[in-house]
Design a protein around this ligand. Sequence first.
Ligand SMILES: [Zn+2]
Length: 98
Amino acid sequence: MGMTQAVCFKCGESKRAALSACGACKSLPSTRNELMLSVMLTEGYLGASRLAFFARGMSIGRRFAIPSSDRAKLRDLVAGEAVAAQPKDEPLNPGVGY
Ligand SMILES: [Zn+2]
């Protein structure tokens, strides 16, 4: 197993990039809340040990909400990630309003 870079916002399975589709449950973050949660659930944002804690919790069915103190920062990060992650010839994920 390599280092976990990010985990699925829905099932907690590890994946390589925050906004990629989950290999386990096929979930692709599309709403703004899902995108923000996905960006939060990365090693870059939480750090390795907190990310592992979240992943373990999610694997046994716990659900985590975005702390209100983190919402503005995550919204900005999602705006940057969405621009960087999307190929130019494909539309942006629907439901992302900014
Ligand atoms: Zn998943």
